[in-house]
Design a protein around this ligand. Structure first.
Ligand SMILES: [Zn+2]
Length: 341
């Protein structure tokens, strides 16, 4: 009897969905992706059921048994180390302090690896760039500002406590017009995430819309929540709306400023900008990347852009994420293959 084919699964656990990918024994994507609803706020046991559902669907779509899956990579939207989650972030309280990796591994009978979502997306972006093997740093503005670092050759740098690359909580000198540092979701003030995130977008929009200057702006008179208004801001930017441009320009420049410092520390060779912004229109991305470069050039050394030795050489590449919605799950599938294959 021929030996059963082996597979490896990546499970990207988000606040509302689990995205899953299947990788074969050669470390190639099978092209099988599934998405199931997640209820992380109902506790980890409830989520385990949905993770099993995702594994069953992956196997079913590939026409194999779940037992053919020999390793799993799991990422969660919270800091964690050795399978244990440090703080709840968007999860229910019972996730904190529990070794969810080992519990799920025991329950499913499949060995598992666990990391955070920024690391997973960085791994995915590294994996899809098959012709690149330098260092890669991902920054992903979303609800917060996540990040991840892949060392040259493909190894992830997680830090001793799994807390490396918390890029959203490095401090920036930028202040609101009243001279105050904005509050961050982590409890501190003046973090980069307080400027470069969806939360920041809402705060900035609220401050701007209260000004007389924007009294005639369609969003000022619109009867909807600040969340809904912030959601529309990208479309306004695409229509060259002055307010939207001003807010995103500031965000992009501050992200570039942060990257100036981070590149100085890590010298990664490539910076990949992910998160929801990577899915925007080409016009928006082009503009936003220019704003990042403005901030980067203000703060980063010019030798991180152009080598003084080889004048044609770009020393730090800047790219948008290309892995799409499934970058993190695929990254986790690749890692599972590396570790358990
Ligand atoms: Zn913070």
């Amino acid at each position: 009897m021929p030996e059963e084919k082996k597979y490896f699964a990546g499970l990207d656990i988000g606040g509302s969905t689990i995205k899953a990918a299947l990788v074969d024994a050669d470390g190639q994507s099978t092209g099988t992706f599934v998405e199931v609803k997640s209820h992380v706020k109902d506790g980890y046991e409830a989520t385990f059921g949905q993770m099993e559902e995702a594994l069953a669907q992956l196997a079913g779509n590939e026409g194999v048994e779940v037992s053919a899956i020999r390793g799993i990579g799991i990422d969660v939207p919270a800091p964690n180390c050795d399978g244990v989650i440090w703080t709840r972030a968007n999860l229910a309280q019972d996730w904190v302090g529990t070794n969810v990796r080992d519990k799920f591994s025991k329950r499913s009978g499949i060995p598992a690896y666990m990391t955070n979502d920024g690391n997973a997306a960085a791994l995915g972006e590294y994996a899809v760039r098959t012709n690149y093997d330098g260092g890669l740093m991902l920054v992903a503005p979303g609800t917060g500002l996540g990040g991840g670092l892949i060392l040259p050759g493909g190894k992830i740098y997680e830090g001793v406590n799994g807390l490396a690359l918390e890029v959203g909580h490095v401090s920036v000198p930028h202040r609101e017009e009243d001279g105050k540092l904005p509050k961050c979701s982590c409890g501190w003030k003046g973090c980069s995430e307080a400027w470069v995130s969806l939360m920041a977008l809402r705060r900035r929009l609220g401050i701007e819309l209260a000004k007389e200057k924007w009294a005639g702006h369609p969003l000022a008179s619109e009867d909807s929540s600040i969340e809904e208004k912030a959601f529309k801001l990208r479309d306004f930017a695409d229509e060259d709306d002055e307010l939207a441009i001003q807010i995103f320009q500031q965000q992009g420049q501050i992200l570039g400023y942060v990257l100036g410092d981070l590149v100085r520390v890590f010298d990664p060779g490539m910076v990949v900008v992910g998160g929801g912004l990577a899915e925007t229109s080409e016009k928006f991305r082009k503009r936003y990347m220019n704003w990042i470069m403005e901030g980067f050039e203000e703060r980063g050394w010019s030798i991180y852009r152009k080598s003084p030795i080889e004048s044609n050489k770009v020393t730090t590449l800047f790219e948008w994420a290309t892995g799409g919605d499934h970058a993190a799950s695929l990254g986790m599938g690749f890692v599972a293959n590396d570790l358990f294959g």
